[in-house]
Design a protein around this ligand. Structure first.
Ligand code: G4P
Length: 195
């Protein structure tokens, strides 16, 4: 098991056959040392890609994205899910439907922070059905920026997002891929990036 798989095995809680709770280090409390290692790993994987910007989605994507941005020495833009008081004009927007939460959010990024000169790495905490990543890709496309890949902290390999994106020819690097959550146990797919 890599460092992330070990952390998930030690602290992850299986809530159902499809939902893993990792509130102790990723979705509520954040483990800075772990985030730093995650950032180093993504930076290593994408070091030759000429990335100029990392794009993520609030809120849990921000910690791993910032650590990666620190390593790659590039800014991090997080798409907002709620309308901002100060962010009203000049936005790229996309609709993201969450099957897990049964809600649709409009996500947006200011045109000031994403341009056709950008080479983008999309980062997110979880990959389930891929809707969040597709929404972020829509925004990257609207800006005319170039997407070089997607970095995911935890991919749920038994849901369709990973396959959907890889079939589109997108480079997806997941640091842990969960094969199943049956019988209250987490099992990992061996194809996760080994670190
Ligand atoms: P999708 O984008 O891949 O289609 O995912 P989906 O709609 O199913 O997930 C919506 C939200 O639920 C996302 O967080 C996603 O990260 C999270 N999520 C999905 N599956 C799991 C899981 O098994 N465990 C945990 N802990 N989270 C999961 P979000 O609403 O953007 O939340 P946050 O970033 O504000 O924390």
């Amino acid at each position: 098991m890599n460092f992330l798989e070990q952390k998930i095995a030690a602290e992850g809680k299986v809530l159902s056959e499809s939902v893993l709770k990792v509130d102790s280090f990723l979705n509520h409390q954040v483990d800075p040392q772990l985030m730093q290692k995650i950032g180093e790993e993504f930076a290593k994987l994408f070091s030759d890609a000429g990335i100029t910007k990392i794009v993520t989605l609030e809120s849990s994507g921000i910690a791993p994205a910032v650590m990666t941005g620190l390593r790659l020495n590039v800014p991090v833009v997080f798409a907002r899910k709620r309308k901002s008081l100060t962010l009203v004009d000049g936005l790229y927007s996309a609709e993201v439907h969450s099957f897990t939460k049964r809600e649709t959010n409009e996500i947006s990024v200011s045109k000031d922070y994403l341009t056709s000169d950008d080479v983008v790495l999309i980062l997110d905490d979880f990959l389930a059905n891929g809707q969040a990543v597709l929404g972020l890709m829509d925004i990257v496309n609207q800006a005319g920026a170039k997407l070089v890949g997607v970095g995911i902290v935890i991919e749920k390999g038994f849901q369709q997002g990973g396959q959907l994106l890889r079939e589109k020819g997108i480079r997806v690097e997941s640091l842990a891929i969960i094969d199943s959550l049956t019988n209250g146990e987490v099992t990992f797919k061996r194809e996760a990036t080994h670190v």
